[in-house]
Design a protein around this ligand. Sequence first.
Ligand SMILES: Nc1ncnc2c1ncn2[C@@H]1O[C@H](COP(=O)(O)OP(=O)(O)OP(=O)(O)O)[C@@H](O)[C@H]1O
Length: 326
Amino acid sequence: MDPIIDISQLTMRFRRCHALRGVDLTIPAGTVFALLGENGAGKTTMIRILTGFQKPTSGTCRACGLDPTRDAQQIRRRIGYVSDSPPLYDWMTVSQIGGFAGSFYENSFWPTYEDLCKRYQIQMDQKVKHLSKGQRAKVALSLALAHDPELLIMDEPTSGLDPKVRRNFLESMIDRAATGRTVLLSSHQINEVERVADHIAILHQGKIRLVGALDTIRASIQQVTINLDDPLRTIPTFSSGAEVLSEERSGRSVQMYLQDSQPNDMAQLRDLSGVVSVNHRQATLEEIFVACTTDDGPSFGQHTKPYDEQELGDTETHDALWASSR
Ligand SMILES: Nc1ncnc2c1ncn2[C@@H]1O[C@H](COP(=O)(O)OP(=O)(O)OP(=O)(O)O)[C@@H](O)[C@H]1O
């Protein structure tokens, strides 16, 4: 099946910053896909490009088989979109705004919109300007969902919602995906994402740092704590090809997040002279997020040679290892 979203080498350069730097991403249909990233990572920019509100500097993207730079109107009819600050006409009532939006869609829009507003306990005759922040978010969601879009794109959808509505709303996203529709949401709420998303991407400084099925990602990343007899000892690269996502040292203790490690890696670590102990466990999504978005992370240069070529360095060889990595 064709992906519902297909992005290739997407770049967005603003005058003062590079918001996206060659992003490649495909999103399969029928998934709840979460785009995670810190403030300023480029999430909203990517969503604005996908929905045709922003033209990219270079690269290509398709949503529902359409090119947002050419078919922006068509895409907006096909998808549901909730922005991080939904622009609603303040002078309209909830009913009027639904009637206005519904004029762009099929007749089924209105009864669904009414039903959603009722479920969210929003009064149809209330003026939009008198709604609370959470009530505005509920109206925006009702407007985005009422035409039952095959792709729902939401930027921070649950901000402003109370915990009960939040939970119900997120659970309803799983039900949507089960019927073959796709949900793309950007969020900072790792715990929430963990409950509903089946695929994730972590965006860091305009680049995709990690992408895939959530279960696969979780199973592939280990938190490893190594206790050394000397704080200046270095740790060689892993011959299995396991990637160090981040590394933090505190005295004689080294904590690293390791992707695609093999059981043999731990055995090899334990066998190295200078290693006092090695503990490892599966990393949580929050830990994975922090590891992928920390810049002072891996001192990659220190991991210079595979185990089979290099014994764990002692204090004297530390500088030599650095030199060989440059
Ligand atoms: N129209 C614009 N003009 C100039 N710079 C912009 C514009 N829009 C976004 N940026 C910059 O692009 C970068 C990415 O912004 P973006 O809004 O995509 O981040 P984000 O991941 O959505 O962040 P947040 O989680 O804080 O909403 C930021 O450095 C931002 O200042």
